[in-house]
Design a protein around this ligand. Structure first.
Ligand SMILES: Nc1ncnc2c1ncn2[C@@H]1O[C@H](COP(=O)(O)OP(=O)(O)OP(=O)(O)O)[C@@H](O)[C@H]1O
Ligand SMILES: [Mg+2]
Length: 267
């Protein structure tokens, strides 16, 4: 295995020099191996989304470096990074353009990195590819190619967004609480699809979750963030054998934050 993404002592401070100065990422380092599926947990404000924003390039880091396949991407703008780093957000509305159809959204994702965009419409050959991959979701969306995504449910939209994120294999997939806005049953469905898509495409994935059970059940590695640093990094058998109880204790010990059930309390 080789390191595909190397996060090297990154720092991020918001509102520097003001009374609200907030040093959010504090020398965070992480080497991500090719094929790693890492679940990331941490309390509110620990810096999880800021880390993903830094990787995606929507926020510049102040110090440190981020290497993708050995090359610094620190100066590369977000739009360009998006060709190699896919992202799924918590809000189902963020992942697709609501007034475009399923096939149009998929065409945009499919042509990522090419200059053509949507100008030539959706080709029959593409339509066939889209329908075949939609079948894998098992949601019947392959029969609704011309339907605008605004008419899909939150779960259907997240499933579609995931599929789009992997249509052209990204080097890294970022999931920021992508099931948190869904009801428990739909969340389980989307988590199952996540597992399937990550495995079948062997995607290197970072997944933020507040759900301890999911953090243990999914992925080969688990990382805990606290005050902008990684305080726990377990993998393999050690991760597999973790119980929710142990993880809650570990979380409490390292963050001093309280927990309710298996969810981190929202402060
Ligand atoms: N663009 C921004 N401008 C100013 N402050 C910000 C900005 N983005 C994040 N912050 C602050 O940085 C801190 C970390 O935020 P971040 O969103 O990374 O936390 P998180 O770990 O994702 O938390 P949550 O679990 O609530 O999603 C918070 O105090 C937040 O208010
Ligand atoms: Mg967040």
């Amino acid at each position: 295995m080789s390191t595909i993404l190397s996060i090297q002592s990154i720092h991020k401070t918001f509102e520097a020099g003001t009374i609200n100065e907030n040093h959010v990422l504090r020398g965070l380092s992480l080497d991500v191996e090719e094929g790693d599926f890492i679940s990331i947990i941490g309390g509110n404000g620990a810096g999880k989304s800021t880390l993903m924003n830094s990787l995606a390039g929507t926020l510049p880091v102040d110090e440190g470096d981020i290497l993708l396949e050995g090359k610094s991407i620190k100066q590369i703008p977000a739009a360009k990074r998006a060709k190699e780093i896919s992202r799924v957000f918590q809000d189902p509305k963020m992942g697709t353009a609501s007034r475009l159809s399923i096939e149009e959204n998929m065409a945009i994702a499919y042509r990522r990195g090419q200059s053509r965009g949507l100008s030539w419409g959706v080709k029959d050959s593409e339509r066939h590819i889209f329908a075949e991959s939609l079948k894998e979701l098992g949601l019947g969306l392959e029969n609704r190619l011309k339907v605008d995504t605004q008419f899909l449910s939150g779960g259907q939209r997240q499933a579609l967004t995931l599929l789009m994120a992997s249509l052209v294999k990204p080097k890294v997939l970022l999931l920021d609480e992508h099931t948190a806005a869904l009801d428990p049953k739909t969340s389980d469905m989307v988590m199952g699809l996540t597992q399937k898509i990550v495995e079948s495409n062997q995607l290197t994935t970072l997944m933020i979750t507040h759900n301890m059970e999911n953090a243990i059940a999914y992925g080969n590695r688990l990382v805990m963030l606290h005050q902008g640093q990684i305080v726990v990094d377990v993998q393999g058998e050690e991760k597999k054998n973790l119980t929710v109880q142990e993880l809650m204790e570990l979380f409490h010990k390292n963050s001093g934050q309280a927990l309710a059930n298996d969810e981190l309390i929202l402060s």
